[in-house]
Design a protein. Structure first.
Length: 229
């Protein structure tokens, strides 16, 4: 990555980071629906636990994209991208099919409206679930690679040290990203009084369909990509 020596423009850096983070946070993907479902069924802390796993997987992908910038660029442009999408798509289709046919747990609906998860083991499982679901999406590393490329070509101009500028840019994006997700979790909590067995079943089926469709799109894209080689 290049290093710039332009004068610092911290305000410009912050605005670009907030705007980018907000755009990324409102993109509706498979994890979005699982986050809402978790928050509705198990409460704010459970939603935060799930989101912390997603957050951690984002950090891992950012580190991979930053440390292996050239390799990720080659992956994003080469035929390996099609293979990665194929694997990710297959995983999403399997998860979606399981979610679609899964029945809501036998938890008393009244308990859903009055009690949040209070078990650290459950929090750990939710965090791991968030990490794995987000990590299984091959598009995540590609969009973080795009963000780092943006930082390298534009945002680093606002800092005497280009690498430091990119670091600040990414931190602002993650802070914005997590803040908006927190608002989603709080919003989902307001739906808890409306929870019924029928609603839970509908959420499972919706999540299943979203994952299946998303997986099929990835598989189709991978076949297209590989057929063009």
């Amino acid at each position: 990555m290049k290093t710039q020596t332009s004068p610092t423009n911290l305000i410009d850096l912050i605005i670009k980071g907030i705007v980018t983070g907000f755009i990324l946070s409102i993109m509706i993907g498979p994890v979005f629906f699982v986050l809402l479902e978790t928050s509705i069924r198990k409460g704010v802390r459970a939603g935060l636990a799930f989101n912390s796993g997603v957050f951690l997987s984002d950090i891992v992908y950012i580190l991979i994209a930053y440390i292996f910038f050239a390799q990720v660029h080659e992956l994003a442009e080469g035929e390996s991208k099609g293979i990665v999408k194929m694997i990710g798509g297959a995983l999403f289709i399997i998860y979606g099919a399981v979610s679609f046919v899964k029945k809501p747990s036998n938890m008393n609906i009244a308990d859903v409206n009055s009690r949040e998860v209070n078990d650290w083991k459950e929090y750990g499982k939710l965090s791991l679930k968030g990490f794995l679901l987000n990590f299984a999406n091959p598009l995540v590393i590609f969009y973080w690679f795009s963000v780092l490329t943006l930082g390298d070509t534009e945002v680093s101009d606002a800092s005497p040290d280009g690498r430091f500028g990119i670091f600040i840019f990414v931190i602002i994006i993650l802070a914005t990203f997590f803040s908006v997700d927190f608002l989603k979790i709080l919003g989902a909590k307001q739906l808890r009084p409306l929870v019924t067995t029928k609603l839970l079943k509908g959420l499972n089926q919706l999540i299943g369909l979203v994952f299946i469709v998303f997986g099929l799109i990835l598989v189709f894209q991978s076949i297209q990509s590989l057929s063009l080689k």
